[in-house]
Structures are given as structure tokens and as C-alpha cells.
Ligand binder design. Sequence first.
Ligand code: PNW
Length: 496
Amino acid sequence: MWSLLLFVIIGLFGSEISVDALNCTIRPKGNPKFPKNFKFGVASSAFQIEGAWNADGKGLSVWEEFTHKYPDLIKDGSNADDSVESYRLFDSDLKILKDLGVDHYRFSIAWPRIFPTGSVHLRNQKGIDYYNDVIDKLLANGIEPIVTMFHWEMPVELQKFGGFSNSLIIEQFLDYAEELFKLFGDRVKTWLTINEPKELCKAGYGNGRSPPSIVAPGVGDYLCFTNVLKAHGATYRMYREKFYEKQRGRIGLPCNVNYLYSKANNTDEVAKAMDFEFGLMAHPVYSKTGDFPPTVLKDVEKNSLAEGRKRSRLPRLGKYWTSVIKGSSDFLALNYYTALQIEPLAGQVNADPLFDDKDSSFVTSMFENCPRAASVWLYFVPQGLEDLLKYIRDKFDNIEVKITENGWSDAGGRDDYMRIEYHKNHMQAILNAINDGCNVTSYGPWSLMDSFEFTMGYTEKFGFYAVNMTSPNKERTPKKSAEYYKKINYEKDLYV
Ligand code: PNW
């Protein structure tokens, strides 16, 4: 408690000197100003904010099915049926977006809201009208829409066929994406395809903690990765072929990455562990050679054969798909929250049958010397972002990076000084990286307002704005962090 207080006080009155004292905050290096064309925004996702779960002809996603069937698996037994009602109250969202002064707003489209069964032959005009309205109003107010096509809302009808464990999803997704380009591509110029392949595939198809609740670590997750990458790559090629000339938009794959530090300070360990943590998503898309990282392919094959299997649990993408997927992004969309420490698994027996990182042969631990958020997995380690950006600079030819998520959870309240510290330190990390030659062009933290946090229900708050959940119009009110972030948006300078 005292260290937290001390941390906040030091942070508020002089972050320059606090760095080494606590070893968690970050030391400013170089030019304190963001480049002129650097953009600031904020992010959300459809399921988490829209509510109106069955209004106006909307179909169901696996998340509605899951929260209805298993309320006991949601921390507070809640669901997102109404949530903060952005479907009904988008004008209130627009008001706070304007108030915040952001350059862009990242939101997602709920697939079953516009195609209730997932298949594009049945469309729901009212859902389409809603997103048209959102896009038009954002643009009319000078806010650029950044649109995520899929933030985990697999239509139930498509999950019946296996969702991302069936390669049929590739053409279903391609059809869906093509309709999105036709419907909204005249105005949307920045697209994100499939949110966080690692979280989607590990939680949904590996350890089974999220829908579709498939428990198949080391098999289902790899199958999912493969289909996600193919759907993403095919979408990119289709856009380039059919839409780019007219629409001139850009496409990225949003990857969630924890930066990893070796307890033994061993750079080979970091290189290998990062291949599992990040390379599984990024190497096929952003490397010069494509396909999964060679280390990962080799280790998974070795383990698979040792288990007596006939072939690897992680097949190569092969020549055709490697060429489709390689280079299939115009920028790297990065979701960064925290860093972890690693040490070799060697000699340790992992008793947990759901342990899903057995192929990587490392165990991870948290930076427990640093402050923790309300989320058990989220520690305050901004240095990890600077180091991750440098890793990307060196590994992936200094590709342009857009930070599409970064955020801090607490239990609620307006005086959210730790959230201010978190964002301030992470923006400093980005500045340090830019001063060191990294090509970062935007920052879009999580999240505009408190919303439904999946299995954590409404117990963890990430918002710049609080929402009055008991009032009929669910008023949004700024927290201290909103006032802080607003200043940054207007001044584009960390030291105002
Ligand atoms: C993100 N982890 O996912 C999601 O994209 C958001 O929708 C979500 O609200 C946000 O995190 C906050 O939870 C993550 O365990 C899920 O490291 C899990 C992790 C990181 C990000």
C-alpha cells in the first residue's frame, strides 16, 4: 500500500528521478515531443460496449451463448446483454470522444449484428445502418474510424462447424470481409482483421477458458493460428486485388504481445521464447522468409514425434499459403499491456494438464516488484514496451507500428492516478523508442469507457470514462485520466 502511494506521488511530481528507485517507471531519453504527425486515439470492441444483444434482428455470437449458459464462469455472474448500451447511446460515446479530442476511434463490428448467421447471403439492414451512422458521425466530427472486423464474436451458426478449427472459416471470413469493404470501405481507411490471434486461439481452442471452450492445448490452438493467418492473408490479397485501387485503405493484424525478459539475462532464451510468444503470429506475416518461426516448427515437430505422433501438431503453412500470408499487412498493430520473466522449464515438472506452453520449454512469472492492476495478469512494466518496439524494429525491418491497445485496470473510481501513471509511462516508452529510430505512428489505448471485460464481467475497469450503470441513460463521466489524456491529445506533448 505504502509503496503504491509512494509510487504515485513520485510519478506525479517527477517521473525522471523515480525510474531506478522503483525499477518500474521509465527514464525519458531524448526529444520529449511526439513527431508532428503522430496520432492519438482510443479503443473499444462491439461485444463489450454495444448491448442490444438481440435487438433489430441481430444474430448470436459465441460470447452471448457462453455468458448465458455459464454465468458461473463470469466473475460477477453478469453478461453483456445490455452492457453500456452503445448501440442505443452512440451519441453519448461521440460526445466523450469529441471531449477527449482523439484523432481516431478504434471500434469493432459485431459479425452477427450485420450477418445474423455469419453467412453473407442473409443480411440485417438495421445493423448495417448502425455502423454507417457510427462511421458517418465520427467522420463528420473529424475522428478517423479504425475498424476491427472480428473482436471474437464468432456467429454461433459458424461455430457449429468448428469456427477457427475448421478451414471452412477462411472463405466465410473472406466473404464477410468483402462485404465490409463494399459497405464501409469508401469511408474506412484503416482495417484490423482478427483481434489478438494468441488470446483467441489459446483461450478458445487451447486451454478452453473462453468460448468455444475447446480444451486441446498444443493442437487446437495451432490449428486456430493456422486458420486465422490464412483468413487474414487471403483477406489482404482480396482487398489489394479488388478494392485497393479505389479505396486506398490499409490493413493490419492486431497482435497482443508480452515482452519477455530472461531471469538469467540470456539473449538466446529471449529470442526463442519470443518466437513462441509473438513469432507464431508475426513471423508468417512480417518476416522476410514467412511461415512459422523455424525454431517453433522444429521444437513442435520434435515434441510431436517424441509423443509417438506421425506428424507435427504444427504443420508448416507451405509454399502457397506462405506467399499469401507473407507481407499481408501494411503496418503492425500492437496490443501491449505487460512484460513477463522467463526461465527454462528444464527439470521442473508441470503438473497442470492445461499448461499450454509446454512446447516453448519456458515458464513465465510476473514482475511482482512492480505495481499490479486489478487484472491478475497485468503488472506495470512500461520498459517492456520500449524493448518490444526495439525488438520489432530489429526483427521486422522497422515496419510501421500502431499501438492499438494499452491499458490499466482498477476497481473503479474517478481518482484513477495509477491509470494516468500507466499511460504516461507507456507514452514515454513510445517516445524513447521513436528517439531510438522505431517507426511508431499512433497510440490508441484501451479503453474509451468502462465496459464488459469478458470472464471478469464488470469487475475490472479500463476506461477513461466511468459509466453510471444504474441510470436509464447510462451517463458517461470523465475520470482524472480522461482529463489527463485530453491534455495530451490537444498538446501532443508529454510535458505540458
Ligand atoms: C485484450 N493477457 O485482451 C482485449 O483485446 C480486450 O478486448 C480486453 O478488454 C483487454 O485486453 C483487457 O482485458 C487481452 O492475459 C486478454 O495478457 C488477455 C491478455 C491481454 C490482452
